[in-house]
Design a protein around this ligand. Sequence first.
Ligand code: NVA
Length: 312
Amino acid sequence: MSLPTDKLNHFVADHQLTKQQLLSLIDLAITIKQNPASYRQALAGKSIAMVFEKPSLRTHVSFDMGIAKLGGHALYLGQQNGKLGERERVCDYAKNLSCYADAIVARVFNNSAIEQLTQHATVPVVNALCDLYHPCQALADFVTLTEQFTDLSQVKLAYVGDGNNVANSLMLMAATLGVDFTLVCPDGYQPKQTVLDQALTLAQAGGGQLTITSDINALGFQNAIYTDTWISMGDENAKDKQQVQATFKPYQVNHQLMAASGADIVMHCQPAHLEEEITTALFDDEAKSVVFQQAENRMWAQAAVLVSLLAN
Ligand code: NVA
């Protein structure tokens, strides 16, 4: 069983991870995927509390079953205790869970809850999605890109759509890894300036090209195109659906856009809103769509994160 050397304390925000940590995690995820039997006891005796404020299919199942495959125990905590911070303070939630659990996985509405958990828990915290980041998804996506293209430094990746949590995490990880990344979001839907600034600083250090534009015709040549929902969980009431659909229509990812950019593969974190951000024909196109490879890699990427966090 091989383990990364650059020790992780938490896995909560992409810009906090070094290139070496990310490369080690990608490598470990692929190693576990290829040799799951060697890691059957990797989390033996470890219990992981999973707090979910929002719905989930892939994240819930891939953590639960991935932890079981590594010999550990996962406990799902849904909404039965109310929203985080309502029935009791987030700091007390963190301190109580630390009495029993070896790690906390949390999907929350607001990144401040993740920050409070990391501040007050005495065990590692994993961000399973918040309003700002989705690092487990991005890690799985770079595992998928490594499988598809082998050498990440040669990959050109574009994200087309809403400048949301998935876009932020992909952009920050690409910048750290030195992967050429193009972000195409309609005006008014780009990531927050603080995240853009972080990404630009990381890209300068990482050596990859980072392009941010609202012009879909400026997409240029790409190896892979990524998209996600135009309205994220928690934004349903804040956004006018009709206006969003009209604004984003030219940004739909379809066979025409794939042909124009020369991209070999299309990626989506799911759930997909078919005929909105992606056409059904492209989502279902087995020659181009790697969405289920991404979904499977969630489990191996998270396995790598947990093994690294909990390794003695
Ligand atoms: N941006 C989406 C990702 C879902 C996995 C959301 O936050 O709802």
